[in-house]
Design a protein around this ligand. Structure first.
Ligand code: ATP
Ligand code: MG
Length: 256
């Protein structure tokens, strides 16, 4: 679905992203992990056209993405690649009701704005018809994130870049949102690049895992492989710092 080749990003003399290559397959959930400052958000923003890359190339379904986004580029690519952030409140206009938010997104992507369409997209993310009149501050954090997901989804994107989408939510709501994203992937076949520092979230949702450190790709493998047989010291350090059941079981097995 998405091919990233030799992408770098330089801020002044600092290389935030250094010659990264990977692919996101159709209908796949690829987790992007690494400690704070490793360049995960920068990669996500570059893919979504919010940040210019310094070098390298990105292609969506074989079509090369522009390096610099203006109005025209956003009109073309903006609906095909969506981005969801940690803080939905910051991503929503405080004066827009849920219906306004969805209407704007439907219009932007050239779709018909009808009450039926709005109710449909609310229902897709587990919201109800009466939520249509609510302003962002009248929704809970979990409901706001559901609305942001509906807004992304109603444009029928090929790829959604999710940057720590559940980090601000408590654990039970986290699980609901993760289950929702997984179901939507299954039903719509949308690909997700899922940025997180939480390895327990990764094991719940990801098909494969890309590990980054200091702007560099460390490893890319199936989720089970990364947790049970990490091939790099850096990945092992991450697993030690954020205990995951599979990894602990494997460690006990080998030390027994
Ligand atoms: N606009 C910018 N100007 C200068 N430096 C930047 C800019 N954006 C990011 N950086 C730097 O690039 C590095 C990578 O930042 P990035 O936000 O991509 O990290 P991250 O992996 O998402 O971290 P976190 O887990 O804390 O969100 C950091 O050192 C950051 O300070
Ligand atoms: Mg980040």
């Amino acid at each position: 679905m998405l091919t990233i080749e030799g992408v770098s990003k330089r801020f002044g003399s600092f290389m935030a992203v250094n010659d990264i290559s990977f692919d996101v397959r159709a209908g796949e959930i690829l987790a992007l992990v690494g400690e704070s400052g490793s360049g995960k958000t920068t990669v996500g923003r570059i893919i979504a056209g919010l940040e210019e890359k310094s070098s390298g190339s990105i292609a969506l379904k074989g079509e090369s993405l522009p390096n610099r986004y203006g109005k025209t580029e956003f009109r073309i690519w903006g609906k095909r690649i969506q981005m969801i952030f940690q803080n939905p409140l910051g991503a929503l206009n405080p004066f827009f009701s849920s219906a306004d938010v969805l209407a704007e997104a439907l219009r932007f992507s050239g779709k018909k704005v009808t009450d039926v369409a709005i109710d449909h997209w609310l229902a897709e993310v587990g919201l109800q018809s009466f939520h249509r009149h609510r302003l962002p501050h009248q929704l809970s954090g979990g409901q706001r994130q559901r609305l942001v997901i509906a807004r992304a989804l109603c444009m029928e994107p090929d790829l959604i870049v999710c940057d720590e989408p559940v980090s601000a939510l408590d654990v039970s709501i986290q699980a609901q949102i993760l289950a929702l994203l997984k179901r939507l992937r299954d039903e719509k076949g949308v690909s997700l690049l899922f940025i997180t520092h939480d390895l327990n979230v990764v094991r719940q949702i990801a098909d494969r895992v890309l590990v980054m450190n200091r702007g560099v790709r460390v490893e890319l493998a199936d989720t089970a492989t990364v947790f049970e047989n990490p091939s790099h010291d850096y990945t092992r350090q991450l697993l030690e710092a954020c205990p995951v059941p599979e990894y602990q079981a494997k460690q006990q097995e080998t030390s027994a």
